[in-house]
Design a protein around this ligand. Structure first.
Ligand SMILES: NC(=O)c1ccc[n+]([C@@H]2O[C@H](COP(=O)([O-])OP(=O)(O)OC[C@H]3O[C@@H](n4cnc5c(N)ncnc54)[C@H](O)[C@@H]3O)[C@@H](O)[C@H]2O)c1
Length: 268
């Protein structure tokens, strides 16, 4: 798109080989940004980069694990080497697992914290150091409605996302002096492989949709649009915030109250 504020800017998206992250990367490319696709699955990341660059669009893939500082550092270095700058870090990669609280083992708990929370810290710190030297930037992190509206059997996931929301507030305060804004998106159910257990089960999906006022699950583009807003100057005075995009799911309980006077009100 001509005249985009992202034209000539450089963006890293973690977890961008597929799902929401891939759509975020695609949207930045459409705005003429240079994009680093960073993902644990290096083959899929490379394939995605090829697919998103049919006309030679400026995209490069880096394989690595967001929970390892050396890997995150390499992604940031690659971005600066390839594009000469880093303007936006989208710390999106995350994993989930379902297990009753009393059965969660140490390794699962630790892995979810390492990827979902430590990964966000490492991405923010490594990107923040480059942005601080170059006059600023924006960081957008993927949290989840599970940060405040918890679901059963997801204690490790819920906790990691609650930590992400507190981290984003902390990072926003500490990095404001460098002209770096830090915000988060908190999606409800988005149509990707990690929510397929509910969205692709007709009975479960129908039941779940009864609790979503907009009566649909999110498409990946619904999330990407908010990420681009938070990365852009359209949100220039917003920092430390978590934007919920869940079709209204966590607003309250949806029950059809009877269309009759409630006893004792005197109303007809
Ligand atoms: N899909 C949903 O319903 C939903 C809802 C709320 C929040 N989220 C969040 O969105 C993010 C990703 O979700 P998605 O639906 O796009 O998932 P996805 O599984 O479709 O894609 C995630 C990508 O992240 C990569 N990844 C996983 N661990 C990584 C690591 N350690 N380092 C680098 N890359 C890694 C995977 O290889 C994969 O390509 C997560 O943070 C998740 O918590 C998803």
């Amino acid at each position: 798109m001509n005249g985009s504020e992202f034209a000539g800017k450089a963006v890293i998206v973690t977890g961008a080989a597929q799902g929401i992250g891939r759509t975020i990367a695609e949207q930045f490319l459409r705005q003429d940004a240079g994009v680093v696709i960073f993902d644990l699955d290096d083959e899929l990341a490379a394939e995605t980069a090829r697919q998103l660059s049919p006309g030679g669009e400026p995209v490069v893939s880096v394989g690595g694990d967001v929970s390892r500082r050396a890997d995150v550092h390499r992604a940031v270095e690659t971005c600066v080497e390839r594009f000469g700058r880093l303007d936006v870090m989208v710390a999106h990669a995350g994993i989930a697992a379902a297990r009753p609280l009393l059965e969660i083992d140490d390794a699962s708990w630790q892995r979810i914290m390492d990827v979902n929370l430590t990964g966000v810290f490492l991405c923010t710190q490594e990107a923040g150091r480059v942005m601080a030297r170059s006059g600023g930037g924006t960081i957008v992190v993927t949290a989840s409605t599970n940060a405040f509206w918890v679901e059963s059997n997801l204690a490790h996931y819920n906790t990691s996302k609650g930590g992400v929301v507190a981290f984003v507030r902390s990072a926003a305060i500490d990095l404001a002096r460098y002209n770096i804004r830090v915000n988060a998106v908190a999606p409800g159910v988005v149509l990707t492989r990690i929510s397929a257990w509910v969205t692709e089960n007709p009975a479960l999906a129908a039941d779940y949709l009864k609790h979503i006022p907009l009566n649909r699950f999110a498409e990946t583009i619904d999330v990407a649009k908010v990420v681009l807003f938070l990365a852009s100057s359209n949100s220039s005075y917003i920092t430390g915030q978590t934007i919920v995009l869940d079709g209204g799911q966590t607003l309250g309980i949806m029950v059809d109250a009877p269309e009759e006077p409630i006893p004792g009100t005197g109303l007809s």
